[in-house]
Design a protein around this ligand. Sequence first.
Ligand code: NA7
Length: 512
Amino acid sequence: MASGKNPSSYIRDSPLRHPRHWNCYPGARVDTEVPQYSYTDPATWSTWKWKQRFPDRDELVSYFDHVVQTWELEPDIAWSSRVTAAHWDDKSSRWELTVNGDPGNKFHCKFFCPCPGFAARAYTPPFKGIESFRGITYHTSEWPQGGADLTGKRVGVIGTGASGVQAIQEIGRVASHITVFQRTPNTCLPMINSAVDEAKNKYFHEVLPEWKKKQTTTFAGFTFDFTEGKAADLSKEERLDIFEKLYSTGGLHYWLGNHADVLADKEQNELAYQFWRAKTLKRIPDPEKQKILAPEAQLDPFGTKRISLEQYYYEVLSQPNAEVVDLRANPIREFTSAGIKTSDGKVHELDVLVMATGFDFVTGGLTRIDLRGIDGVPITEKWAKGVYTYLGMTISGFPNLFTMYGPQAPTAFATGPISAETQGDWIVSCIKQMGANGYSTINPTEEAEQEWRTHVNEVGSKGLFKDASSWYFGDNIPGKPREALNYMAGMPSYREKIDESRDKGWRGFELK
Ligand code: NA7
């Protein structure tokens, strides 16, 4: 899977038990602060101490290792096992899974719960002449285990989403030269990371029971929510005061803790953008770079594309070894053996090229599995013209299948652990009730599915999100139908909907 020219020479034995990790690019870090980004079960947090407000990937790997040990999950995990096919067998009412493409490596199960991740299927755009580049190419998600030494190298990065921003601010500190090929500037917010000391960890343990309850009541599963009221009702001074407070708190507060009308009302959105821009310009001394990184006119409404958190992104891009190419003014014409040729005729010579070009988001993890339901219907056929699920967890014609952190659920609009717990609890109660009532299959009706699809897309059509070209709507993959891939009404509304179905005797499902 690795996209480096000679990836095997960069793979070394992992010190951890698991042989392979995704997303180990330089700077990879979660952008939900802890302890919000953690499971609710006290057994997991009472025995754990965080080190950073926004942990890096090594700290996260250790945390998930700790969870695996606490819950004694190891005996139930088959590592290094990619499910390549999953076929429903109507006669036995079982799923048959094929692992690693090996026909001799099969598993059979009554319920199948794929959790392949919403940012799992890496996307590399089909640039002209891409195969002629003689340097090394890495996609951020398929970075070599143990790292790649970029010291003194000429590095190009395509893409300035969350992965690009994190990678650029680290690579620019060691590379002899970094060229960032930017199509859309990221309206990054300051992360404001800090160490979590003994006293802070003790405090977390005291407040976590309350905080975990609070997290079930907020839009994104954070401990904070949108500020009450409307930005439109505030005086300039009041508005600036709130903006300043949220911005200086760091993290995603200025985005998902702001007034909700900032994401719905064009005028308020513009004010939020200009506040962000004024802050950002102060960190970019070069007027040419200012125009590219923080243009006067917004390209997409502020906050309608995934906002990233940065630590020293603008300072690194302001270094003399950093160049930013505005791909809207000067697009990539083709790749050459030496690097990338842009429309102005310049060849940007590179030793290493980093593709921070994202993923086939939300659906890609599922559609790359040869997933077939009743009568062998493939998921790719069912979803050829758009995604159909019921409640963002089940699919008509695919009985006993429960997707998690996938399409038409809060997914990219909710923090992972809270989302997993909400859906996990619902799925467990469903399976338990089926057992208690002697049912062997559950399958949503097509009507219920259509109703859910309509609802998901209606919610997605509200506010300013739909006005941006973004992966939230599948825009980043050529030919992918444009639709709301996530349920954007927030976690509390989602929980209400799924609980309503359960409490009304599994409304919308056929049980046999
Ligand atoms: P993203 O957010 O999809 O970022 C991909 C970046 O690559 C983005 O800046 C794109 O520009 C750029 N891109 C994509 N295709 C091209 C082409 N053809 N030419 C130039 N630039 C291109 O992926 P990430 O991995 O950064 O984010 C992962 C998410 O996972 C993150 O948001 C978190 O939610 C977790 P564009 O903006 O489309 O103009």
